[in-house]
Design a protein around this ligand. Sequence first.
Ligand code: S3P
Length: 202
Amino acid sequence: MHADSPPASEPRSPLAAQVREALGRRNIVMVGLMGCGKTSVGRRTALQLGLPFVDADEAIEQAAGRTIKEIFDEHGEAYFRDGERRVIARLLRSAPQVLATGGGAYINAETRAAIADCGVAVWLKAELPMLMRRVLKRSNRPLLQAADPEAVMRGFMTARYPIYEKAHVTVESQDITHDAMAAKVIESLHEYFSHNAPDAQS
Ligand code: S3P
């Protein structure tokens, strides 16, 4: 398992270059529910910006030498959440980069504060049918090993959307290519920085 992508390279477009300059030594942190595309879109966003990409769930698995499902099975959710908080705090120190987090990470107030300190949170907001279509393709998510995974997901939408809404930037997830979604993320970041980091804009 490799959590990291290649190191920084040149941004792929003038818009990407502007976003990267405005970002400075901060991170772009992808947040949102399971299946919203944090890893796949985050990876393409990093490529377009010429930044390294890191996936927090993969880093947790590397640190533990176990899959997330095994961590849940052997030690329970509270143990996983503690490790998740510590691993993300460590990863956030390597800015600038694009960091994809697991769906529950941003719900932790300490992690949210750490992200706000040195990063820009991007919420990929997706509708229930899209999320379900994607998560049902795999059986690696312990929280969805339930009799009615759609009801579980609906519960997460109710509980977590008010918290994801605190993210600096919201991008609606669509059924388009990962590269096209990444382009939308970069446009939204450009818009955000044009209002929030005027000194850093060229
Ligand atoms: C979780 C989401 C998962 C993983 C774990 C818990 C959650 O990550 O961290 O299974 O609480 O929503 P993804 O969002 O990448 O699937």
